[in-house]
Design a protein around this ligand. Sequence first.
Ligand code: 8YV
Length: 334
Amino acid sequence: MSRPRIWVSQPLFDDLLAPLREHADVVTTADVAEHSPAQIATALRDVDGALVTLNERIDGTAIAQAQHLRAVANVGVGYNNLDVAALAAVGVAATNTPDVLTETTADFAWALLLATARRVTEAERWLRSGAWTQWSFDRLLGADVHGATLGILGMGRIGQAIARRAAGFDMRVVYHNRSRVPDAVEAACRARWVPFQDLLAEADHLVLVLPYSASSHHVIDAAALAAMKPTATLVNLARGGIVDDSALAEALAAGRIAGAGLDVFEGEPVVHERLLACDNVVLTPHIASASHATRRAMVALAVANLAAALGLGPRAGDPPNLVPGSALPRLPSP
Ligand code: 8YV
């Protein structure tokens, strides 16, 4: 049998690809690339496996042409860039990288929340502009975090890790999730399930950590923003599209909420121009999981998933992180 072929869609810590190189021919991508759908289809056409990031949208058209493809390993916990149903229909496994990024991403939620509530980046911009000629008592006043109510929309692993950190700030934690988490988890997180409307109304700081899907599209729209406290802050580190960015820009500009911290955007890397124009928003370029250790752990896990799915060497076996709805990989073509 010939050696399997693998496409690695972005530069991803080359040293971590060794377990793949040992048993397969690996095609890497030298520079960070914005691949067009046609380039993705071409890259997938002759390979058995692919290691991809959220930059690559793996759609039905590319999948239909990828006759040898058996597994796609996503470097990320979110996998809305993959058409899992189309992959499963032809026996291509899809995997993601849960757990390894939970704590790092939860840390970053707090970085955004604190920066937003205390207007850190706005203050720095003001200082750097040379405007600070005199100290003044009532300048750049923000919202307290300690003792406030933290709202969390989406109580998966990352939501729970964010909630656990809230104890250090002596906060009250309310969350909304389609289903309540078990009592023991609620107790560990000191969190209480509330209906969605109550979450909007009660949160002083609302953090979004739910997966993106058709049902979470624009779950934070103009009506949801209007239901929040005018003093509240909103943090999104889940996916663009969960928030209606245009409605958010309008709410921020009109002072309908106090501020927002955003790591993800509709149509990123393009950011809505009216968000760019707002002072009361902290903007970061999708870096919630970007610590040295975690980004390496994500690649190592995706490599292990792909090796298992393709049956490479000692790592052969069912991949441990198949996403919901994924198929097991089909047999290699002769
Ligand atoms: C990743 C993310 O950096 O894991 C996710 O879902 O959004 C980020 O942690 C990204 O997916 C890289 O592909």
